[in-house]
Structures are given as C-alpha cells and as structure tokens.
Write a protein that binds this ligand. Structure first.
Ligand code: NAD
Length: 256
C-alpha cells in the first residue's frame, strides 16, 4: 500500500510513464505527471487518474532536456517519495550520419535528466527517511543493436547511474533500480514501425513479427501495465533489499 507516498514520473503523458502512473495510483500513491507540453489534455490525464483512483494527481510541465527544469519539477512536486525516471526519446541512424542535435537531445532526456531529478530528490527522500528511485532503462541498457548509438549509450549510462545511486544510499531506506523493458507497444515503438517496414520492404504486420519482435522470444509485446506492476513491486516491502540492479521485462530478449 503506497498511500501517503508521492510519486513523480517523468515523461508520463503517454506510454509507459502513464501506465506506471496509473499502477502507482491504483496502489494508493499520489502521482505527479510530467511532460514538456502544457495542454488541457495533459491536465485531464491527471484528473482522470484522481477521479478513478481517489488519489491526488497533478500534471507539472517541465522539459527534461533542461537541467534546471528537471530540478524545478522535483521542487514543485514538494514531496518525492518515489521518483520514476522514464522520459525518453529515440532516433535511428548509422553513427557517421547520426545527427549531433539528436545525440545531444537523447543523452540529455534519456540520461542527464535522471541525474538532475535524482540530485534534487535524494535530499527530500532523506528528510522523509524513505525513498524509491526507479529508472526506466531498456533491454538496450544491457545489449546493443545497430543504428541506435545515442539511445543505447544513454540506456547503458542510466544502468550505471542506477548502481551509483544505490551505493550512495545503501545504508538508508532508499533503493534505486532500473527496469529493462523489451518492446512495449507505445507511441515510441509505433513510430518506428513504418520506417522499419519500408527499410525491410515488408508490411507493417510482417515487420512487427519478424523484425521488431525478432529479439523478443515470447513474440509478444510487454504491456505498460506490466511495467507499472514491476515499478509498484520495487516500491513494496518485498523489494526493500533489492537495490542497484536491473529487472528485465523483455519476454526473454536478454536470455538469447
Ligand atoms: P512514449 O513516446 O510513449 O513516451 C515518452 C514520454 O516522454 C512521453 O510522455 C513524452 O512526452 C515524454 N518526453 C519526451 N521528451 C520529453 C522532454 N523533453 N521532457 C519531458 N518529457 C518528455 O514512449 P515510451 O515507449 O512510453 O517510453 C518511455 C520510456 O520507456 C523511455 O525512456 C523509453 O526509452 C523506455 N523504453 C520503451 C520501450 C518500448 O518498447 N516502448 C522499451 C524499453 C524502454
């Protein structure tokens, strides 16, 4: 039961982040949603969670590519018992052609933002005497694929940050772990299907089974509810001695 706790989930107006927010709210936590936009729909998502689950939920705009805004998000949240670093973007290109601005944006959003939010959140967790940091890495935090240099570098980086955060908090009631999802059907993945289909000259259905899910032995996408459930588990008493490690939710990808 996470009632009385406040969870801040970066990049949570869509996909996995939104799924995590729902599961944490169902477990009783108050939730703070975030993205870089400030639309009516963003605030409506928070209202829907609050109405459905009875927790307090709000949306705070902050651009995770900017260090000062990452830190402001945590300050504005006020409490931060659970920090989920989830915001992430992808770009696919061979290294010599990889756009420098895409490299910089991916490293900033997928990796550096977690440094800033963690730096701002740890003093608040220490004050409260309890904290859980959950970093959303990827199967690409443990293995590589061609053409995703920035993403894979950032995801391997966040696994390293996870271990360091765990060591710096090891003797406190604070843990830090990374979840490594395989493919989850979210807007981030859906956006890759048309290009990949074109590249392999296959239909979108064929490319999904034969190329995208090629690495995922289960041949099924993981769901945002499963990533949310894993996050909730990491915040439960059963997980109090789990720290500095990774949990794969990848249908067997990293067993291959
Ligand atoms: P998504 O595109 O649905 O969600 C990404 C979220 O990040 C969105 O809410 C978006 O608004 C937010 N975001 C992007 N740029 C931002 C910025 N500058 N500031 C604040 N928020 C920003 O994608 P998703 O699949 O839900 O991805 C969520 C996380 O899960 C990412 O870190 C991604 O790398 C990781 N992941 C996804 C998969 C997958 O198969 N979908 C697999 C492994 C890991």
């Amino acid at each position: 039961d996470l009632s009385g706790k406040t969870a801040v989930i970066t990049g949570s107006n869509s996909g996995i982040g939104l799924g995590i927010a729902w599961e944490l709210a169902r477990a009783g936590a108050d939730v703070v949603l975030n993205s870089f936009t400030d639309n009516e729909e963003d605030h409506a998502l928070a209202k829907e969670i609050a109405d459905e689950t009875g927790v307090n939920a709000r949306y705070i705009q902050a651009d995770m590519s900017k260090g000062d805004q990452c830190r402001r998000l945590i300050e504005e949240a006020g409490r931060c018992d659970i920090l989920v670093n989830n915001a992430g973007i992808q770009h696919v290109a061979p290294i010599p052609e990889f756009p420098v601005d895409k490299w910089d944006a991916i490293i900033a959003i997928n990796l550096t933002s977690a440094f800033h939010t963690t730096a701002a959140a740890l003093p608040i967790m220490r004050e409260a005497g309890w904290g859980r940091v959950v970093n959303i890495a990827s199967a690409h935090g443990l293995t590589a694929s061609p053409f995703k240099a920035a993403y894979i570098a950032a995801k391997h980086g966040i696994v390293g940050l996870t271990k360091t955060t765990a060591l710096e908090t090891a003797q406190e009631d604070i843990t830090c772990n990374a979840i490594c999802p395989g493919y989850v059907l979210t807007p981030l993945v859906e956006a890759q299907i048309p290009d990949t289909a074109k590249k392999y000259d296959m239909s979108e259905e064929e490319v999904t089974q034969k190329v995208i899910l090629d690495r995922q032995p289960s041949k099924e996408f993981a769901t945002v509810e499963q990533i949310g459930g894993t996050t909730t588990f990491l915040c439960s008493p059963a997980a109090a001695q789990i720290t500095g490690t990774t949990i794969s939710v990848d249908g067997g990808w990293t067993a291959l």
